[in-house]
Design a protein around this ligand. Structure first.
Ligand SMILES: *[C@@H]1O[C@H](CO)[C@@H](O)[C@H](O)[C@H]1NC(C)=O
Length: 110
């Protein structure tokens, strides 16, 4: 009957009647020699690692909505990286190659 201070009313409707638009995403892969946030996010957002490093210093980069303080922080599958003004990326599957590199799937929210 209430959400916060707002009065609401509920009616049961069939699941199929829900108007739901799935988030639009684009998935791509990048090959990196480390899982460091500066390496992966600079590839994902197509900006230089130096620029990404300075964005980390200025508090513009978050992982799972928490500020990243070190360029050397590493990512794992399921992490959501966001960069102010550039959007969000989710880390998908990570596969290690025989040569010790990482093939990282990135899911970009459009
Ligand atoms: C971020 O969230 C994902 C999904 O809930 C979780 O798997 C992952 O461990 C989290 N990573 C960090 C760094 O908290």
């Amino acid at each position: 009957e209430q959400v916060g201070k707002v009065g609401v009313s509920c009616t049961q409707i069939p699941l199929l009647a829900i108007e739901y638009e799935p988030p639009r995403t684009k998935s791509f892969k990048t090959v990196e020699s480390s899982l460091r946030v500066d390496a992966v996010a600079s590839a994902g957002f197509k900006i230089s690692r130096t620029k990404l490093g300075s964005m980390i210093s200025s508090g513009d980069v978050r992982v799972n909505w928490s500020l990243v303080s070190k360029s050397g922080a590493t990512l794992k599958a399921g992490d959501v990286v966001s960069v102010s003004g550039m959007g969000r990326l989710k880390i998908g599957e990570i596969v290690t190659t025989k040569k010790g590199k990482y093939v990282i799937q990135l899911i970009q929210y459009l």
